[in-house]
Design a protein around this ligand. Structure first.
Ligand SMILES: NC(=O)c1ccc[n+]([C@@H]2O[C@H](COP(=O)([O-])OP(=O)(O)OC[C@H]3O[C@@H](n4cnc5c(N)ncnc54)[C@H](O)[C@@H]3O)[C@@H](O)[C@H]2O)c1
Length: 349
């Protein structure tokens, strides 16, 4: 049996997770999978009621007894500093050591792409974003706050171990998925210490994969190339903050935030899957949010759990929904969240 924790979270996270869970239950039934879904109410309401993001011991419980966690989205205007979100999401990323943030950028239909003359085969790459180091480690400080002499520092660290494991994961993925080029992106021309380590480790790990082309772009050149020639890219590996930014550009290339799924992964251990988008509070509860990012995230999770056939069936169902315009308004259809989810469910099995 594989236990899956479901955390719908806040805003449209709740709307899209309802559809994602329908799809997951359908795949579980049709492909006779061993999945047991357990729903949790963690999110803004729970935090406002209890003052707790994740209860003590919950992380350990996920680590020991769960195969994966599925999260809708977090974010609520009543908690402007996102304290609950940081505790839950960043807490899991760091405490469960989910060092791979895997974000596929795959265009399902050319009408969703904002670039002129680019077709589905031109936009098909994956980004491996390092997820536990870099500037997001929350180290630094503020001196003389609010005065004209104020000083703020924001520290960033990279470890050889951390850089090596994400780069190796990118090469291993390329090799096992028939991809022939891995692109590393950094800002080593100015960040002479941290990103120099990335340069050296990329060259070293790359030696283990002679059959794979090693490619490099400074991040400013990378974003231009992503727009001009997205077909160049197959697998991109980069550090935490740069990866955060370039994957939002990637999401737009594939049709917007409503189409982008992601995994926060530690191979062989409990991992976390979530659509890239946030809780979009103004859309919440209106049956308007696009559930396809959440459903594509289900496919990624099924693949991670060792059910590639079920994952492929979910992806094919989403492809059909897009091709037949059985989708929400943001991607050119006129269905509601629920109706789009129903269409996808009906295509499985
Ligand atoms: N991983 C997460 O949980 C996560 C990620 C990003 C933002 N947030 C939080 O979400 C809240 C809102 O943030 P935001 O407005 O910057 O980002 P957002 O992703 O929630 O929404 C930005 C805009 O993108 C569009 N959009 C996003 N998802 C969509 C979908 N499924 N279907 C159709 N359109 C969609 C909407 O137009 C929306 O206004 C904030 O509290 C923020 O902190 C959470």
């Amino acid at each position: 049996m594989q236990k899956i924790a479901i955390i719908p979270g806040d805003g449209i996270g709740i709307d899209v997770t309802r559809e994602a869970v329908k799809v997951l239950r359908r795949a579980n039934e049709v492909f006779k999978l061993p999945l047991e879904l357990v729903e949790f109410e963690f999110g803004a309401d729970y935090y406002l009621k209890t003052g707790i993001g994740l209860p003590p011991g919950q992380m350990e419980e996920f680590r020991k007894n769960y195969a994966a966690v599925y999260l809708g989205a977090l974010g609520d205007p009543r908690i402007p500093d996102m304290r609950h979100g940081r505790e839950i999401l960043l807490g899991m990323r760091f405490d469960l050591d989910l060092y791979i943030n895997l974000r596929p950028v795959k265009l399902l239909n050319e009408r969703l792409c904002p670039l002129k003359d680019k077709t589905a085969k031109d936009v098909d790459f994956v980004v491996f974003r390092e997820n536990t180091e870099g500037p997001y480690i929350n180290a630094g400080g503020i001196l003389k706050k609010g005065t004209p002499d104020e000083v703020a520092t924001q520290e960033s660290y990279y470890t050889r171990k951390g850089v090596e494991r994400i780069i190796r994961a990118a090469f291993a993925y390329a090799k096992s998925h028939g991809r022939t080029r891995v692109t590393m992106s950094d800002k080593s021309n100015v960040l002479r210490y941290g990103h120099d380590l990335w340069q050296r480790v990329f060259a070293k790990v790359g030696e283990e994969y002679p059959e794979i082309e090693k490619d490099h772009f400074f991040v400013d050149a990378l974003v231009m190339k992503m727009v001009k020639n997205p077909e160049h890219f197959q697998v991109i590996v980069t550090e935490n903050m740069l990866g955060d930014i370039i994957t939002d550009l990637g999401a737009i290339l594939q049709g917007g935030l409503g189409m982008a799924g992601s995994g926060n992964i530690h191979p062989g251990q409990v991992s976390l899957f979530e659509p890239v988008h946030g809780s979009a509070p103004s859309m919440a509860g209106k049956n308007k949010a696009n559930p396809l990012a959440a459903i594509l995230t289900v496919a990624m999770m099924l693949d991670f759990l060792g059910h590639p056939q079920a994952a492929a069936a979910v992806e094919a169902a989403v492809q059909k929904a897009v091709d037949e315009k059985q989708v929400t308004a943001d991607v050119g259809g006129n269905l509601g969240t629920k109706e789009c989810g129903d269409f996808v469910v009906a295509q499985i099995g």
